[in-house]
Design a protein around this ligand. Sequence first.
Ligand SMILES: Cc1ncc(COP(=O)(O)O)c(C=O)c1O
Length: 437
Amino acid sequence: MKARVESKAEEFIRLHKRFIMPSTMVSYPLVASEAHGSIVKDVNGKAYIDFSSAVAVANIGHSHPKVVQAVKEQAERLIHFAGNDFYNELQPKLAQKLVSITPGNSAKKVFFSNSGAESVECAFKLARWHKRRPGMISFLGAFHGRTFGALSLSACKPAHKAFFHPLVPYVVHVPYPYCYRCSFGLQYPECGLQCVSYLEDVVMESYPMEDFAGLIVEPIQGEAGYIVPPDEFMPRLEKACREHGLLLIVDEVQTGVGRTGRMFACEHYGVEPDILCLSKALAAGLPMGATVARAEVADWQEGAHSNTFGGNLLACAAALANIEVIEEEKLWERAAHLGEHALKRLRELMEESRIVGDVRGKGLMIGVELVRDKTTRARAIKETEQVTVEAFKRGLILLPVGHNCIRVAPPLNIPNDLLDRGLDILVEAVKVVEKGV
Ligand SMILES: Cc1ncc(COP(=O)(O)O)c(C=O)c1O
């Protein structure tokens, strides 16, 4: 009998399992080898349409030629020269650009880091430093990262926090407007946003707000399931923060850089954060975090916060090229336009399907929530995984999000025909799976 030959992908997966810590949950048997635009190829040579943008990172597609060129040129000149002890040309150039494109006209300052969690960590520390107060308000379902500070602000999945207590103290989590599963059992708009009233009238009246530094919020919740709040939510939070002297910290790590149909999701709501957290798509795949704060808030003393690699020159070069591409091609407008098309197709699927309970999104940040029963809204957890598996077999990468949702988040410059081909596969995958429910 012939022994089965291990495929290249199987070989790398075996090595991964042997040498890499198991704390990161890998959802896919995909061993990526190369990726261009919206197509990823695995080591076995099979091509896939990427509806994940490698988790909302590849907003301008993978290995964009202008980013590759900028990184090559910078690498040949200077890769790293400690931004914490010396000056360089690119950090201030990028900071100036970020200050000019982020919401709000007031003077702002930027701190560079390497990830979303670090950009939140900086925001948290800055809020405490500036206000000299310990407390923070955050939301149930929030995901802000895995470092101790960012994790303390998060309340997404139990596995993220198990055995890590005690976390950073004095974080109060309040309900987010997840209208499909309202914490108060109410219906929007008749509810009058009871979740915000609860924050304003109960939480803010029960805790001493003079002990609180700020409130942190995702303008669309990401890891909880791509949850889009009603339009009044963000402005009401801003007002409540101003009334109680809290800093408004907006985490746009996932929503930022064109993803939701605006350069930043705050722009949909006319809200100006005191501190804005960015990462993921900022440097088109190179690690970068940026915390942008009003200059008046960013008044901490030298030595209060720093790092080695934040604002690394390759990442700065990539971010500048990335922003140039997004601006030149007005990719946020393309995201808005393609998003409307995708939402329409997915809502048609929802009408026909027994397991698609909700479809929501802005731009190309779309969540499809699967249920076992549309009346009880019981979460279709197993089926969600099955849909991603069926899509994968057919050449589409679909990442699950939350407990029972699928994210539709392709690159913002995905060609129209590829978007439709991917949506066809998604529809087919849902139909195959629902037969078994
Ligand atoms: C809104 C938000 N904030 C923070 C983070 C953490 O980013 P990172 O994984 O780069 O630390 C994420 C990651 O998914 C995120 O979606």
